[in-house]
Ligand binder design. Structure first.
Ligand code: SF4
Length: 361
């Protein structure tokens, strides 16, 4: 019955327009237009925006200001956020959260008892926390991944606690939050911003000298040693600054590799240089200051994307090639006393807004 009333919509279009059941509309074919080419210069120039100041600064915000001023402006200055479902931790981020929690729980459970957790205790704690913090690894088909992660994490944490103990370091705090006033001398005047963060692990030697250890679950095994050796471990410098103790030592522990990155030979046998904390923190603060001055004047660059763009690369460029481009830019910047922070355009939510992804409208 209904089939008798059906018609092909194309038959309603005639030479001069569209007509159906007595209704008529003119139709015209728009001229073909090529999609606009992605801009070569990603910098946005807008009116002065002196109100765009951080209410507080975390290290990751500072890293965005150093790496890409547009990323900070979109995310923090203007408060643009991806949908919350898009930020559920997964992959390395999820496992990193899990292993951090294992360390925190183990240290808290042993408080006052001394000694180091055994392999059995580490395994038990990990198994206890997987359902809360990494439940997707319990899904059918993920058994190999779970087993591999479990073996790697347990082996790594056994090494972590044993090395610290052999080095004469006792963990005194885990996940210790801090908030310290940071004075910034901006062109528009001096401002004070609370600098906030959380030190993963704080340990002390017999003389009470502090060591801050940042835990990283990462596949990028070379990234943190390179940052450390180049004196660009800015995150560690920020944690040391927060303690305001000139005796503070710092280091990373790479959870996936089970290795420390540190100038302390008892933790890391590679003979690394001591991180010049004052210099690294000075670089961080001057980078933040320059970025906020430029944003306040209305010039908002997108340096990480611009480095790719200037090299004729984009988000489709294989990461190994993009890394080489950043390494070259870092070398150039270092020679001039500057620094390049890779803001990871490949994981950024704002690549359409900054123009690196092109105009997909
Ligand atoms: S994609 Fe890259 S250049 Fe664009 S906003 Fe994000 S970090 Fe900045």
């Amino acid at each position: 019955m209904l089939a008798r009333h059906r018609m092909d919509p194309r038959s309603a279009v005639g030479a001069t327009g569209w007509e159906l059941a007595g209704s008529r509309r003119d139709l015209s074919v728009p001229a073909l237009e090529a999609p606009p080419r992605p801009p070569q210069d990603l910098t946005r120039r807008v009116g002065p925006a002196p109100h765009l100041l951080p209410r507080s600064l975390s290290y990751s915000q500072a890293e965005n200001l150093l790496g890409c001023r547009q990323k900070w402006t979109y995310r923090t200055g203007l408060g643009i956020r991806p949908a919350s479902v898009a930020s559920v931790p997964s992959g390395n981020q999820m496992i990193g959260t899990l292993v951090h929690a294992v360390v925190e729980e183990l240290v808290t459970a042993r408080a006052g008892r001394g000694g180091v957790p055994s392999q059995a205790e580490i395994t038990e704690m990990l198994d206890r926390l997987v359902p809360q913090l990494a439940s997707e690894l319990l899904l059918p088909g993920r058994e190999v991944e779970l087993t591999t992660m479990r073996e790697t994490a347990v082996r790594s944490l056994v090494e972590f606690f044993a090395r610290l103990s052999e080095a004469g370091l006792v963990i005194t705090e885990v996940e210790s939050r801090f908030e310290e006033p940071l004075r910034l001398h901006l062109e528009r005047g001096e401002v004070e911003v609370p600098f906030t963060g959380s030190r993963d692990v704080l340990a002390e030697d017999a003389e009470g000298r502090p060591t801050v250890i940042d835990l990283k679950w990462t596949s990028a095994a070379k990234k943190y040693p390179e940052l450390f050796d180049a004196g660009e471990a800015l995150q560690l410098a920020s944690y040391a600054w927060s303690l305001d103790d000139p005796r503070t030592d710092v280091g990373y522990f790479l959870l996936k590799q089970g290795e420390f990155v540190s100038a302390n030979p008892a933790l890391d046998p590679h003979g690394r240089p001591t991180l010049d904390i004052a210099r690294a923190w000075g670089t961080t603060v001057s980078g933040i200051t320059e970025a906020l001055d430029a944003i306040g004047e209305g010039t908002v660059s997108a340096r990480s994307g611009q480095i790719l763009r200037d090299a004729g690369q984009d988000l489709g460029t294989p990461r190994t090639d993009a890394k080489k481009t950043y390494a070259a830019a870092q070398e150039t910047a270092r020679a001039e006393g500057g620094i390049v922070v890779d803001a990871r355009c490949d994981f950024c939510d704002f690549s359409l807004l900054c123009g690196l992804r092109g105009d997909a409208s």
